[in-house]
Design a protein around this ligand. Structure first.
Ligand SMILES: *[C@@H]1O[C@H](CO)[C@@H](O)[C@H](O)[C@H]1NC(C)=O
Ligand SMILES: *[C@@H]1O[C@H](CO)[C@@H](O)[C@H](O)[C@H]1NC(C)=O
Ligand SMILES: *[C@@H]1O[C@H](CO)[C@@H](O)[C@H](O)[C@H]1NC(C)=O
Length: 336
């Protein structure tokens, strides 16, 4: 249980007072200010993505006084491949009106999400040095599978993403290697077959540019934080022999499926505010479903259990398309 000394308590009361005072001062002018929301509309009603997008403009125009142009300007993502919906700037009352529309399942605030992490494969019996056959050897170490990772990006030069000995990219793959800061198509190979990045939802919340000085961040799939490189190599890193951490734990680094292909969907960013936005995460699901991943690895978690969880929404539609979704079960801490 937490204990508060009288001094901290009174300091907190003062802080609360200052916060509510500030809120009170700003209420009048900010009442009509827009925030970003996700309007989730469930299964697509059209197979043509451009018709899906048009239906988003039409439905939003009805709460914006009929202006389709205003609707198009307010929408910053249309979810059109795996499911239907959009992310847009709305006032609270517009969001309430949208939630009442018959085609709308729910309106979810665009929110921040935290990074989670995963652990070793060996307790699953998927040892690569094991003489006996197991799932790992029977599946040829995950050969032919495409794993999409929704995370903080990837460091493509890591030996874990070396494509030595790998066959051509599966022809069914529809993904892309999208460049940006210090990342271009030459950073993808037969191991890392796709990379995309999504930041609009986060920028809507933090309302300032991402700090890219001195490698703090890269506006590209390149991983500044390190979490996505860690989770990608945990899922599908190639075998890298004779590695250690400063001499400790010398051995072979490898993923659960060392011959599987990887596609990175970067949605998490190094900022002072938080990590990843729900609108960006949902866009990553939408694109990954389009690209043709077989498995999605999502080591992220939402804080607020009382709003519709975009990871659950994205996962539902991925699973309906036959994609296996693997999520973190939560490892925040050190508090319970
Ligand atoms: C891609 O990046 C590499 C390394 O930074 C650079 O040498 C190369 O010219 C770039 N290629 C393109 C097509 O921009
Ligand atoms: C960006 O990061 C650098 C390096 O940490 C820091 O010196 C600089 O003040 C930051 N800029 C902003 C606008 O926060
Ligand atoms: C492994 O690394 C150590 C230390 O760098 C080196 O002495 C040793 O020769 C390496 N072994 C192999 C098999 O590469």
């Amino acid at each position: 249980m937490k204990k508060y000394s009288p001094t901290t308590l009174s300091a907190q009361c003062l802080l609360l007072f200052l916060l509510s005072y500030q809120q009170h001062l700003s209420t009048a002018s900010e009442n009509a200010q827009s925030k970003s929301y996700i309007v989730y509309m469930g299964e697509r009603k059209h197979s043509d993505p451009s018709l899906v997008v048009d239906s988003h403009h039409t439905i939003l125009a009805t709460v914006l006084g009929g202006s389709k142009q205003e609707a198009a300007e307010s929408i910053f993502y249309s979810y059109k491949h795996g499911f239907s919906g959009f992310a847009a700037r709305l006032t609270d009352s517009q969001a309430e009106m949208m939630a009442e529309m018959p085609d709308v399942v729910d309106v979810i605030p665009n929110d921040l999400v935290k990074l989670h992490t995963t652990r070793s494969w060996d307790y699953l019996g998927l040892s690569s040095s094991h003489a006996a056959s197991n799932l790992l050897t029977e599946s040829n170490m995950g050969d032919k599978a495409i794993i999409g990772v929704i995370d903080s990006g990837i460091w493509p030069e890591s030996k874990s993403f070396d494509d030595k000995g790998m066959g051509p990219i599966p022809t069914r793959w529809k993904g892309a290697c999208v460049g940006g800061d210090q990342f271009n198509s030459t950073n993808c190979n037969r191991k890392l077959i796709g990379a995309r990045w999504f930041v609009k939802g986060l920028l809507e919340i933090i309302k300032e540019p991402i700090n890219t000085t001195a490698g703090m961040e890269y506006l590209s799939p390149r991983d500044a934080g390190g979490h996505g490189t860690h989770t990608s190599s945990t899922a599908a890193g190639s075998l890298v022999h004779n590695v250690s951490y400063k001499g400790l734990a010398l051995g072979t680094a490898r993923g659960g499926a060392p011959r599987a292909r990887l596609a990175m969907y970067k949605v998490c960013w190094v900022t002072d505010f938080g990590d990843c936005s729900s609108a960006d995460i949902l866009k990553a699901f939408d694109e990954a479903i389009h690209d043709g991943v077989d498995v999605l690895s999502v080591s992220l978690g939402l804080g607020d259990p009382y709003i519709l969880d975009v990871i659950a929404v994205g996962s539902l539609h991925a699973v309906l398309k036959g994609i296996t979704v693997v999520c973190a079960a939560g490892n925040d801490g050190p508090t319970s």
